[in-house]
Design a protein around this ligand. Structure first.
Ligand code: NAG
Ligand code: NAG
Ligand code: NAG
Ligand code: NAG
Ligand code: NAG
Ligand code: NAG
Ligand code: NAG
Ligand code: NAG
Length: 613
């Protein structure tokens, strides 16, 4: 373990240079607050592709303590692998169905600190938002005291008044009594009236905090410098008015160099840990070369000039004697745009009409490219992650890029629901709580409701637009809950809902709150009139709305979080006269097609049924 000590910039540099965690943004791209504990489990990028000294495929496996586990980029818990969104790791033990992102550890078990407490290694149900532990029990600071000591045992007392405090395992009124040590050796305490002699010696409640090592850490890490000098890296000092300081980025050793005495003009500069004269030398990526007029740019460690003939710098590599017509591709390859195309890391000869799909080319007339994977273009085929499937068949379900075969799972497509990229169990055993960019599954519990990606006990916590607030009093959740619009994946919106109601499509520009209402300004908005007559004739009536278009949601608190810049579908149910369903379309490549093809299938089936009657 590296002790995190952010007090010195030098140490921070060391920490930054450690192997990086895989970008947490991939899991949590909107920077939601997640359990700090989870950071320990972000997957470290492997330095070598070795697992127990054997090479392994990081695209298919994860190496946990020398044991190879299925699945790329999983987190490790001891030698087991797990997914941070589906389990937690505490003391090397896995707890399933509690995401590490929202959990804390109680010994070797994970718990949800919103709804539970860990007291003396026992998980207790939280009865108040601010419940605290008293030994193995819970107590509420507002009307209870936790008295006694860890050694003699803690006990919960009901506060006799707001002025009562603990004295040993009793309570006393601090307006009339003080707490006195009566028997020094056994350290016994007892409440005494304020005029008692022992009350005169006012006890200092807490000794002033001792000088902590942290402050001294700075002094130890940087040398003690003479007055007027400042530390320069490790083990050196410099005088800022007459000298410059260069710190070697690897050893952190500092070295001081005297300035040229021309005021305001330095004829020396540092290149790595070397000092050089910029009139004579040029420094490229810490390498010194002789200065040649006109060569004022760096390509890796080599200097070059823009007007040099036949020279191109792609991806910090200098190409010499390059013929006319060559360019650097955005990925850093040398190619001729008139004859070559660059697909991934390959430079290929242009094949007219072909496009790139990963490392190869494809013809969009006959093929479809899903996330860099080429498939034959069959009728009605769409992409789901890297795979192609036919959404109209109703046999497959695509959950945020992961394809599920419903027949294997014995599920009906209208019932199958996604939680992010996970296909939920049928029935109501699971609840999916979503915040922008993070969907977490929880075992359903009565009296609990989602608040963003959290799943709190609603009698303890209230929720406003994804933000939790403790309730002062336990709350009867069975009454007056106005359900706000639900944020669902488009695929999970019931076809009936989509095709028989007013559908608005628009990109959120900004959001604000007005008298408990959510007010939304959207651009690029349009009404989509889906009706049987049009659909059967394979037409649709779309009416564009002038920008900006403005909508309000009746209750700000019960409405889901919306991300400006994202495009949503808004379904208004005429009977309730407000928007009841919202779906984020940011990841959907052709939302209108999805809606129309689903409605057309529905209307076709309806009209067939009518004719058959
Ligand atoms: C973990 O599960 C989530 C869905 O719950 C998925 O989106 C993510 O890709 C998984 N991560 C890994 C590393 O498998
Ligand atoms: C994984 O670790 C556990 C406990 O440390 C050990 O008992 C088990 O044998 C290990 N499994 C493998 C495959 O090494
Ligand atoms: C929810 O909170 C209430 C009120 O404190 C409590 O009585 C109940 O046991 C909690 N439910 C669960 C399942 O934790
Ligand atoms: C303290 O005050 C009480 C009355 O307030 C009195 O009865 C008692 O004798 C006093 N004790 C001392 C030690 O002065
Ligand atoms: C660009 O340079 C980096 C670092 O040297 C290398 O990893 C990468 O493969 C190069 N890219 C191309 C397209 O050559
Ligand atoms: C909560 O409210 C419901 C409906 O108003 C009522 O039937 C129930 O008794 C209440 N529960 C409590 C604990 O007050
Ligand atoms: C299309 O919808 C608009 C808005 O509701 C309506 O005014 C218009 O008549 C419809 N167009 C046709 C051809 O029905
Ligand atoms: C394509 O989808 C339409 C309706 O969306 C359906 O009528 C047609 O049979 C499908 N074609 C194939 C080849 O599955």
């Amino acid at each position: 373990m590296v002790r995190v000590n952010m007090t010195t910039p030098l140490l921070m540099f060391v920490l930054l240079a450690l192997p990086c965690y895989s970008a947490p943004g991939q899991l949590n791209r909107y920077g939601l607050p997640v359990s700090a504990h989870s950071r320990d489990f972000y997957v470290r990028s492997p330095r070598d592709h070795l697992c127990d000294s054997g090479k392994f495929d990081i695209l298919g496996f994860t190496c946990c303590e020398g044991v190879l586990r299925q699945g790329a980029g999983q987190s490790c818990c001891g030698n087991k692998s797990f997914n941070l969104t589906q389990a937690s790791c505490c003391g090397g033990q896995l707890t399933l169905h509690v995401s590490q992102l929202v959990s804390d550890c109680c010994g070797s078990r994970a718990y949800d600190p919103l709804n539970q407490l860990c007291c003396d290694l026992q998980i207790l149900i939280r009865t108040q938002p601010h419940s605290k532990c008293c030994g193995k029990e819970l107590y509420n600071e507002d009307h209870q005291l936790c008295c006694g000591t860890v050694l003699q045992g803690r006990k919960v007392l009901t506060k006799m008044s707001g002025h009562h405090r603990c004295c040993g395992d009793h309570q006393f009124d601090q307006q009339s009594h003080c707490c006195c040590h009566i028997n020094e050796p056994s350290n016994q305490v007892n409440p005494k009236p304020l005029n008692a002699s022992c009350c005169a010696i006012q006890e200092v409640p807490h000794p002033p905090p001792a000088q902590t090592g942290q402050h001294m850490g700075i002094a130890q890490n940087s040398p003690n410098c003479m007055p007027g000098k400042k530390p320069c890296g490790l083990g050196a000092c410099f005088n800022p008015t007459t000298e410059r300081c260069c710190v070697n980025p690897t050893s952190l050793q500092g070295q001081s160099y005297s300035h040229d005495h021309t005021p305001g003009h330095y004829h020396s500069a540092s290149c790595g840990s070397q000092v050089y004269n910029p009139d004579i030398n040029i420094c490229c990526s810490e390498k010194l070369s002789n200065r040649v007029l006109g060569k004022n740019l760096c390509c890796g460690t080599t200097p070059y000039g823009l007007e040099d003939r036949g020279v191109l710098c792609c991806n910090q590599t200098l190409h010499l004697a390059v013929e006319d017509g060559y360019q650097c591709s955005p990925g850093g390859h040398l190619y001729r745009p008139s004859r070559d195309m660059v697909c991934g890391s390959r430079v290929l000869v242009i094949d007219p009409g072909k496009h790139c799909c990963g490392e190869e080319t494809y013809d969009p007339q006959y093929d479809i490219c899903c996330n860099g994977h080429k498939h034959h273009r069959l009728k009605n085929v769409s992409c789901c992650g890297g795979k192609a499937y036919d959404p109209s068949s109703g046999q497959m379900k695509c959950c945020a890029g992961t394809l599920y075969n419903l027949q294997v799972q014995d599920k009906l497509s209208e019932e199958a629901q996604c939680c992010g990229s996970v296909l939920m169990e049928a029935g109501s055993t699971q609840t999916c709580c979503s915040a922008p960019g993070l969907d977490l599954l929880y075992p359903t519990q009565p009296g609990f409701t989602c608040c963003g990606h959290r799943y709190p006990n609603a009698s303890l916590w209230s929720c406003c637009a994804g933000v939790l607030h403790p309730r002062p009093e336990p709350h009867n959740t069975t009454k007056n809950v106005i359900p706000g619009p639900r944020l669902l994946p488009l695929e999970d919106l019931k076809t009936e809902v989509l095709c028989y109601n007013e559908v608005l499509l628009g990109t959120v520009e900004s959001v604000s709150v007005k008298m408990n209402k959510r007010s939304i300004v959207m651009v690029n908005a349009m009404y989509v009139m889906v009706n049987a007559m049009y659909m059967l004739a394979s037409r649709a009536n779309v009416s564009a709305l002038p920008s900006p278009h403005y909508v309000t949601l009746p209750d700000h608190c019960s409405s889901p979080e919306l991300v400006p810049g994202n495009t949503y579908i808004w379904v208004k149910i005429p009977s309730s006269d407000h928007i009841s369903f919202i779906s984020d379309l940011s990841d959907n490549s052709s939302p209108l097609y999805s809606i129309f093809s689903r409605c057309r299938t529905l209307f076709l089936a309806r009209s067939k049924a009518l004719h058959n009657v």
